[in-house]
Design a protein around this ligand. Structure first.
Ligand code: GUN
Length: 295
């Protein structure tokens, strides 16, 4: 039977609507949530992601600015800009688009952002808060995955979630979110990675399978069973001469084959991507509410 398609486009539109109302309440208090987005260099994927972020910011009513530095910008210049943004009351959120050029220390940059404005939730203080069960913000992609599950009627509560991928951006924080002692979380989570022998042994046990490994169509239909809900976090550019751009986007799962077998699956594009962007706006609104102080 054909799987249910979990649409990130539809669910993110729902989130945008909810956030618009919260922004309207902030604006009544004279506060417009502000987001500063910094890019170094002209990585095409980063340019495309940031365009999407500005567009969604405008839809939500968040004021956003994109600040672009040339590829050869010294680390100190970037750090000085972050320091300036940390103290600029116009901005409640600061994001530095990754990856950064090799001569810049990514950790140093992330740690320069004031944790209160860290809307990516990459700062060790915010990662630590999440891990001890007292989150301030949640990282955008894993939060988007969680919201997609909740909003499409597949709560992870009591389920066995198998995560493929252990990155600091996706796998690890998703694990921390789903094992929270909290309604809508409370999942049993297995984390698999590149050194897991016989990956299929684990993926076949999943009630919910989340794949974030960055390898095009790595999860094939024989690796999943019927009844599984599949969330595909992968965004891979594969050559496609029929496209004007010369490429098309595919996920980490063999979508065509899996969608004939599993209970539900997210498409790429139009799945996790738009939810990630919506969650960035969610964090910007939470950060603005927090910085506004008690009502
Ligand atoms: N590059 C790829 N994903 C992300 C993200 O979520 N945030 C930032 N800042 N950079 C990224």
């Amino acid at each position: 039977m054909a799987a249910k398609i979990i649409s990130g486009r539809e669910l993110s539109a729902q989130v945008v609507e909810e956030l618009r109302e919260r922004v309207a309440r902030l604006k009544e208090k004279g506060i417009t949530p502000g987001l500063a987005m910094v890019r170094v260099g002209d990585d095409p994927a980063s340019i495309s992601y940031m365009k999407q972020k500005s567009k969604t910011a405008a839809a939500v009513g968040v004021y956003s600015e994109t600040i672009v530095f040339p590829e050869d910008t010294p680390e100190e210049t970037l750090l000085a800009k972050i320091e300036e943004l940390n103290h600029d009351p116009k901005f409640h959120g600061i994001l530095v688009q990754l990856p950064l050029p090799k001569h810049i220390d990514e950790r140093k940059v992330i740690e320069a952002i004031d944790p209160v404005k860290d809307v990516d939730c990459f700062h060790p203080v915010n990662v630590g808060k999440l891990l001890i069960g007292e989150p301030y913000l949640l990282p955008c992609t894993p939060h988007g995955v969680w919201q997609m599950l909740l909003r499409s009627g597949y709560s992870p509560e009591g389920k066995h979630v198998v995560i493929c991928g252990r990155s600091n951006i996706n796998g690890k924080p998703l694990f921390a979110i789903l094992i929270q002692k909290k309604a809508g979380a409370n999942a049993t989570v297995t984390v698999c990675h590149s050194r897991t022998p016989d990956l299929a042994r684990f993926t076949r046990q999943a009630d919910i399978l989340v794949v974030a490994i960055g390898r095009p169509r790595a999860i094939t239909a024989d690796m999943v069973r019927e009844g599984t809900v599949v969330i595909d976090v992968g965004v891979n550019r594969v050559p496609d001469p029929t496209k004007k751009s010369g490429f098309r986007l595919v996920g980490d799962t063999d979508f065509e084959a899996l969608s004939e077998k599993v209970e539900a699956i997210t498409p790429v594009p139009g799945g996790v991507g738009p939810m990630t962007v919506a969650m960035l706006m969610w964090n910007t609104v939470v950060a603005a509410e927090f910085q506004a102080g008690p009502a």
